[in-house]
Write a new protein. Structure first.
Lengths: 168, 53
């Protein structure tokens, strides 16, 4: 893995997205058909990672929030008495087939978290959230992400919400 | 069109309690998670100095 030759840039019309294949049709479809439009309407912003003009992977970020129901005081002592937490969501993250299992997922996830940390210096943001594909849950859990709904069963193709505290 | 990105996570009952436990326990992370957060912090600091690429 040669990370020194990875070029990062915001998605634009010049990127050759149609050749990207991560093995998941929905993620491919998102990059090819939706990501740029989402960016134009300020819904999500996509960052592309390339090696010699070949797309290694991408992530798309959007503002998010975690809202939790109140818990009885006798049940629990909370250090911070907030019921909503500002977050940045990794709406989509994908690695091209030929770059999978080579450490690029770690690299791109680290970059997405660093971006959230960078912006948290300007706008309050405590959590990072992600909607994971079912087969990628273990990847996020390896890095300390927590499943939002413990014990829930998901069908293949479902999105599974996970979160991680940026202060960890 | 791909499945839209959904915004807003709502936690109730046991999920909310688990979230509170997590938030209030600074040591609740994996070894790989700690390394990733440390690397991300260094990268974020570099972004502050060099500007966001």
């Amino acid at each position: 893995m040669d990370l020194n030759n990875i070029k990062k840039s915001l998605l634009n019309e010049s990127h050759l997205c149609s050749s990207f294949d991560c093995g998941d049709e929905d993620l491919n479809d998102f990059l090819v058909n939706d990501a740029l439009n989402n960016q134009k309407i300020n819904f999500s912003v996509t960052r592309i990672f390339e090696h010699k003009n070949d797309i290694v992977g991408f992530y798309s970020l959007v503002n998010d929030s975690i809202n939790k129901s109140k818990i009885a005081a006798e049940d629990h002592i909370t250090e911070i008495a907030y019921n909503s937490y500002p977050a940045i969501k990794i709406g989509r993250l994908a690695i091209g087939r030929k770059y999978q299992k080579k450490g690029y997922g770690n690299f791109i996830l680290t970059n997405s978290i660093a971006t959230a940390m960078f912006y948290s210096n300007y706008v309050g943001c405590r959590m990072i959230t992600v909607d994971s594909k079912v087969d990628a849950i273990d990847f996020y859990k390896k890095y300390g992400f927590k499943e939002a709904h413990a014990g829930r069963k998901y069908n293949a193709g479902s999105s599974v919400p996970l979160y991680k505290d940026l202060l960890k | 069109m791909a499945k839209p990105i959904e915004i807003g996570l709502y936690l109730e009952g046991e999920d909310a309690r688990r979230f509170d436990d997590y938030i209030n326990n600074p040591d609740d992370d994996t070894k790989d998670g700690r390394k990733m957060m440390s690397d991300a912090r260094k990268l974020a600091k570099k972004m502050m100095i060099d500007g966001f690429e």
